[in-house]
Design a protein around this ligand. Structure first.
Ligand SMILES: [Zn+2]
Length: 233
């Protein structure tokens, strides 16, 4: 059974951005592993909650999300990735997971995102893929997905119409985040847009109402992409 591994920076990223892909792969028999790097303590919010309670709350929300989307959860819960030490720890743990689970496909943030933590996590994923490959693991294909800024030139439109009910429920598990930010609305609208406009030269399947869009990197191109990135993001 093939394995898909999704690597999100924060506890709500997998559901919001790639929840349809997670649910569809799981439904189609893939083993799905969801990795979350950051503990989510830094999220701005309008309610009263100390950092420790927020971190615990977000870990619980992530557990509900993973159950809803049907994936195995690997929550690193690091206090950010702003230091060399936390970045090295993230790469070490990602490399170990890539080696142990040998995913055929990996989904993470795209590299041009302005959200610094998202872009850094994408670079750490690249580094870990190269490290795991050097240790003997097969290189998977990489899908770089939408985020706060959508992928500019996606080459893959992934039909998630049948999984929007599950995706919306998974996002709704993140009560501490949708409390003051309308992620449900944003994801709904973006996925509608992606079904209509992701690939201008592609004939649209009229049954495809919702889609997620990705930039696909072939396994043989991952090392070159990784080498082009700043080694210390
Ligand atoms: Zn995030």
């Amino acid at each position: 059974m093939p394995t898909l591994m999704l690597v999100g920076a924060h506890p709500d990223d997998i559901a919001i951005f790639w929840g349809g892909a997670a649910a569809r792969h799981a439904d189609e028999g893939w083993t799905v592993v969801g990795v979350t790097v950051d503990n989510g303590a830094g999220s701005p919010h309008s309610f009263e909650m100390d950092k420790e309670s927020l971190v615990a709350r977000r870990a619980e929300e992530l557990a509900w999300e993973a159950m809803r989307l049907g994936y195995r959860r690997e929550h690193f819960a690091l206090p950010g990735v702003k230091t060399s030490a936390t970045r090295a720890e993230a790469v070490r743990r990602l490399t170990a997971l890539f080696a142990a689970d040998a995913p055929q496909r990996v989904i993470t943030h795209h590299l041009e995102e302005h959200h610094a933590t998202h872009a850094i996590v994408a670079k750490l994923v690249l580094r870990a893929l190269v490290d795991a490959h050097a240790g003997g693991a097969a290189m998977p294909e990489l899908w770089l997905g939408d985020g706060w800024e959508p992928v500019h030139y996606p080459d893959l439109r992934f039909d998630v119409t049948a999984y929007m009910n599950v995706k919306m429920a998974a996002i709704a598990m993140h009560g501490s985040q949708i409390y003051d930010t309308p992620y449900l609305m944003g994801a709904w609208g973006l996925n509608l847009y992606r079904a209509g406009f992701a690939s201008s030269h592609e004939v649209t399947d009229p049954k495809m109402v919702f889609a997620e869009a990705y930039q696909r990197v072939e396994p043989e191109d991952v090392a070159e992409l990784a080498a082009a990135q700043d080694p210390e993001p």
